[in-house]
Write a protein that binds this ligand. Sequence first.
Ligand SMILES: [Zn+2]
Length: 270
Amino acid sequence: MEKITDNVYVETGFGGSNNTFVVTSEGIVLIDTPQSPDDAIQWRDEIAKHGEVKYIINSEPHGDHFTGNYFFDGKVVAHEGVREAILASDADQLRQQMKQMTPDATPIPDGFYYKPPVITFSQKLTLHLGNHTFELTNLPGHTPYQTAIYIPEEKVVCTSDNVVYGVQPFLHQAVPYEWLESLKRYQEYDADYLVPGHGEICKPDYLPEMSKMVQAWIDAAEEAIEKGMTAEQMQEDTSLLEKHNIKVGTEPFAKRVVGMSMANLLEKLK
Ligand SMILES: [Zn+2]
């Protein structure tokens, strides 16, 4: 865990997304929650040293950002599209998945449920707690329902997976051109630090780099459309991606991610 400013703590080492908590004079605000019970319990014990959790903000509609909500007190706040995704998630399916993938880890507890947002918004919401302000803004990109969380008193922005550092973005639900527009909007914040959805904490000067990554995927998809290639072909033969400087791992999962990302891009850009 890193303390990046006077009141902002970030963990970039959990199995899922990056997790942040902010200590205010009236309690704690979490931004995203750990995916595995082991990480969630560890995070809960750490946070308990700093106060009581009052609010949980989920930055986007993917399980690696919200599964751990169950383990924490506090009201969940998120975009209405995130609430829909959480309500559609199936705890039994997660239980089976975890048994297969991580048989030695602490299993999903008996009473587990996907704890949904009780406060939602569509474009903007401002939360005030103690002396802190949390400006939530819908910035479509990685999905249409991404939220940027700006904490002006700390000069920190939690970006969601609209910004990822040192890993490839996942574009299976992306809205690519809106994503490029949103990346310009992050430049407007008076911020010293960006907490990306995954990877190391960075500074706003990383944003052009992130735009280049998204643009590279768009360029590769446009070339694939010109050549009449399918997402499956792109997944099998990654030379076109490499030509656009997109480095894909060789693991089956990495390849599947390419296939899903490309299928979405080909559909959206056609
Ligand atoms: Zn995501």
